[in-house]
Every structure is written in C-alpha cells, then in structure tokens.
Design a protein around this ligand. Structure first.
Ligand code: URA
Length: 191
C-alpha cells in the first residue's frame, strides 16, 4: 500500500496541471506518519512549507503541534498530515477553483490508500473540499460527519485563525479548539 502512495507522490511531485507548478519551490505532499489512524487535512502550503517541502512548519504549524501535544498526540507518532492543495498559492491567497480541481485527485488517492479512521478537516478550504454542502467552519466545527471508507470526519478551526484570536475564554475559538481536540482524542483512544 505504501508503494502505491509513493507512486502517487512521484506523480504529484512532477505535476504541472495548474499554474501553481510554475511558482512553487517545492510540492508539499505530506508529513507525519503513514500508518496512522488519524489524518489532518489543511489548506495549502505557505512560505515555509514551500521552502521546506513539509506541511505545517510555520507559525500555524507550531501552534498545531502544541494543540496535538495538549492531548498527548504528535506528528512523529500519531498523525498523517496533508493539505487540500499541494503547492503554495502566491502571497498565500486562497486557492482558485481550477487549482482545487487539479489537486483533488492527489488528496483522494491519499485517503483511498491510507484509509484513516478519523479525518480532521482543518479550516474552510478543507471543509469545502471534503464537505461542500456545509456552510462554513464556525457552524461545522466540533461535529462528527461520515467520511470516506467508513471514516469519521470532524471539521476544526485552522490554527492560523486561532493565531488571530488570542482569547482563551469559554466560547472563544481557542477554547472551542480545545473541546474539539479532546473529543477527537477520545474517539482516537477507542480505536
Ligand atoms: N497552513 C496549511 O493549511 N497548511 C500548511 O501546510 C501550512 C499552513
């Protein structure tokens, strides 16, 4: 199974299906571990991810690591991390519909091959790709949805959003993320 994933990765690294292939430094295919029951799907690489060919290594990634650590999880031993879009959009703008369409096959293949049991759908771009009928992350977060191949999906806030909202008071985005990650960990512990 991991050989198949390597083939998908090779194809993705050579991809020229959309204009982002012209401006990228690196394709960012995935991070974390492959034999994981837990997958996180983010948005798209930013500056540092594009430089290092690794997802979530900038400020948002550092916060994500802290969120995982708060419930005893880590990308080194528990989580497979990937993005909706594998190449950085210039100036970190939102991906265009044609870029999302071009990249969808890679994400679909990652899910088909790895068959995670729990998928964390991180932020609005990933929500739109995985649950297109949902009306925004603020409404959808914290709820379980049926995912592909019998998985369970939970939309969660994107860590970049938390970086812009510092409050930890009850009901704040950070507080809600804390509820969500604890719920995800409870489900993970049952597997
Ligand atoms: N934000 C994302 O959604 N993905 C990354 O890899 C980095 C920042």
């Amino acid at each position: 199974m991991f050989e198949d994933l390597e083939k998908v990765k090779e194809k993705c690294l050579a991809c020229k299906k959309c204009a982002l292939s012209q401006s990228r430094t690196n394709v960012v295919f995935s991070g974390g571990i492959k034999n994981s029951k837990l997958m996180l799907i983010g948005e798209a690489p930013g500056f540092w991810e594009d430089q290092k060919a690794e997802p979530f290594v900038g400020r948002a990634g550092q916060l994500l690591d802290k969120i995982f650590a708060s419930v005893g999880l880590s990308r080194q031993k528990d989580v497979y991390i990937c993005n909706t879009i594998k190449c950085r959009p210039p100036e970190n703008r939102n991906p265009l519909p044609e870029e999302k369409l071009a990249c969808k096959e890679y994400l679909d293949e990652q899910i088909r091959i790895l068959k995670p049991r729990i998928i964390m759908v991180c932020g609005n771009i990933a929500l739109n790709s995985m649950l297109p009928s949902e009306r925004g992350i603020s409404r959808a977060r914290g709820k379980w949805f049926d995912g592909p191949y019998g998985s369970k999906m939970m939309p969660i806030f994107h860590p970049s959003y938390l970086l812009r909202n510092d409050s930890r008071e009850k009901g704040s985005p950070k507080w809600l993320m804390w509820q969500d990650i604890q719920e995800i960990k409870r489900e993970y512990d049952k597997l």
